[in-house]
Ligand binder design. Structure first.
Ligand SMILES: [Mg+2]
Length: 329
């Protein structure tokens, strides 16, 4: 069900930093151009908009804590709360972008501690990242559900990740291969004395990647700003569900829902759900649930409900498309 494009390149559109680094060859489907059914649906003989996209935030959504807290910060001997406090203070003081600031500070601290962390180390750190219960099985379970419920042929389901965290750490996690594409912040290594941010994905910047999924322009070397009519876009927002955990997801949730898509917020099981309640009351999300990804959980069942709705919508749209074609004939 989950289709994967083979890819030789990473999401950055190139796999070599100035230092010439090797990319993990694991093909998780970071296609350069994901457009299996042809974007120009109006000119093809088949209804083309049958791809469903589940789009996830990482920190706080699939994993309880920011991914740097599991290995990077302990390795350089820094208390996470202290680190984020300092990062936020520096960003505020210098009116700097908080994401660039944290990426810079991470390596500045490592250097101060005399700890060298390269790309391979970061990938290895991914193994230490904790995931919420059921995340490991979630991707295939949701694919199974969709396969069983899809009455129309040719439905495919994709999982995407859009994260301000680090691509390299995500790559080392056991769920990496489930993603059709991963859009996350990334470093140039060996470009300068300290690794230098190559791509920084801010809260609002995340929305660019939603449009890339929507338009099928996933090669980051290609511009996203070229006009593309709604009819040409391979994955309409109405076929998307965005999963997030809080304030940093507001722009993505807003873009998704305003364009007819769906959003779900999660909170750590057994902990405060206030952020989710606020998002719900503000009309940012369809549902919220504890971040328990196991089959039969509220999150699982509510996601399945939305998938049922998307599948029904696809059938209606397909029928309308057929009627429109016959009306022209
Ligand atoms: Mg988050």
């Amino acid at each position: 069900m989950a289709e994967r494009a083979t890819r030789g390149q990473n999401a950055g559109g190139g796999n070599d930093g100035p230092g010439g680094r090797k990319r993990n060859a694991k093909p998780a489907g970071k296609s350069s151009r994901a457009n299996p059914q042809g974007a120009k649906s109006s000119s093809t003989s088949k209804f083309a908009k049958k791809t469903i996209a589940l789009v996830y935030d990482f920190d706080g959504t699939l994993s309880p804590r920011p991914m740097q807290e599991y290995a990077f910060l302990p390795k350089i001997g820094i208390d996470p709360a202290q680190f984020w406090k300092e990062s936020n203070r520096v960003a505020k003081e210098h009116k700097a972008d908080p994401l660039i600031t944290y990426m810079h500070l991470l390596y500045k601290k490592a250097k101060e501690a005399g700890v060298r962390i390269d790309r391979e180390d970061l990938v290895a750190q991914g193994r230490d990242v904790e995931l919420f219960p059921g995340v490991l099985e979630w991707f295939e379970a949701i694919e199974d559900y969709t396969r069983i419920r899809a009455e129309s042929h040719g439905i495919s389901l994709r999982h995407y990740l859009i994260s301000s965290g680090l691509t390299e750490i995500v790559e080392g996690t056991p769920i990496y291969h489930h993603f059709h594409n991963v859009f996350a912040s990334e470093y140039w290594f060996e470009a300068y004395d300290l690794p230098y941010p190559k791509r920084v994905i801010t809260d609002t910047g995340k929305t660019q990647y939603l449009f890339r999924i929507n338009k099928g322009v996933e090669d980051l070397g290609e511009t996203i700003n070229e006009h593309m009519s709604e009819a040409e876009r391979p994955i309409p927002f109405s076929n998307m569900i965005y999963f997030g955990d809080g304030e940093t997801d507001v722009p993505s949730m807003a873009v998704t829902r305003k364009n007819g898509g769906h959003a779900i917020a999660v909170y750590p099981p057994g902990k405060s759900r206030k952020k989710c309640v606020d998002l719900f009351n503000a009309g940012r999300i369809d549902f919220f649930a504890p971040a328990d990804y196991r089959r039969g959980s509220d999150l699982f069942d509510r996601t399945c409900l939305l998938i049922d709705r998307i599948l029904a919508d696809i059938r209606v749209e397909e029928e309308m498309w057929k009627v429109a074609r016959s009306a022209k004939a």
